[in-house]
Design a protein around this ligand. Structure first.
Ligand code: NAG
Ligand code: NAG
Length: 195
């Protein structure tokens, strides 16, 4: 082989090795944190965190035995309008720098229309309504098979919102119903944190 051919082959081999190293390094460092295998089984939510003036106070415990199990939510909220239904949803963001208003819309990773908790077609964050008694107290005991504490439907770091009005569960017959359930303003919010 001539010297020039040897040099060209050498440069090409070096290039190949460099490309292989680059691809390996990128694929390792580019792996999303969600794939580290961390499984969360408990979360906690506190109301009122001082960003709203509703007077609603309380807390929620969330638990999920395994990533494929339903999530159990229990807790108590006080200070609600007596004898009223209030839309109860997980919103996309837990960023409350603009109060409950900046938590974006219902958590809806699959871009579906709004629905009832028991519907196949619903936002992941659609948890229906909570009912306040004649003293304005709502005892919450929900089991939901769509929200999760791990994976694509994880609600960690997002926000629970208690709405002013009743959620019509997507059956109100107008555009708003299929988006928000016409549940009105945001009374209170709490951030979902790992417990
Ligand atoms: C949820 O239920 C558990 C078990 O009964 C209880 O210990 C816990 O205090 C409840 N959580 C809230 C926020 O009320
Ligand atoms: C919560 O609801 C489940 C069924 O959905 C029921 O078995 C359980 O007894 C309820 N817990 C409380 C404290 O009401």
């Amino acid at each position: 082989m001539k010297m020039r051919t040897v040099a060209v082959v050498g440069v090409l081999s070096a290039l190949c090795v460099a490309i292989i190293i680059a691809v390996v390094v990128t694929s390792v460092s580019g792996a999303p944190a969600a794939q580290t295998g961390v499984v969360v089984t408990k979360a906690y939510v506190l109301f009122n965190i001082g960003v709203d003036k509703s007077g609603i106070v309380g807390s929620l415990d969330l638990s999920q035995d395994e990533p494929s199990s339903p999530v159990k939510i229990n807790g108590t909220l006080t200070g609600l309008t007596p004898k009223g239904q209030h839309g109860f949803h997980v919103h996309e963001s837990g960023d409350i720098r603009g109060g409950c208003a900046s938590t974006r819309g219902h958590f809806n990773p699959k871009m579906l229309t709004h629905g009832a908790p028991g519907d196949e077609t619903r936002h992941v964050g659609d948890l229906g309504n909570i009912m306040a008694d004649d003293k304005g107290v709502a005892v919450i005991n929900i089991t939901d098979r769509m929200i999760s504490l791990t994976g694509d439907n994880s609600v960690l770091g997002r926000a629970f919102i208690v709405h002013e009005k009743e959620d019509d569960l997507g059956k109100g017959g107008d555009d708003g119903s299929k988006k928000t359930g016409n549940a009105g303003g945001r009374l209170a919010c709490g951030i979902i944190g790992v417990a």
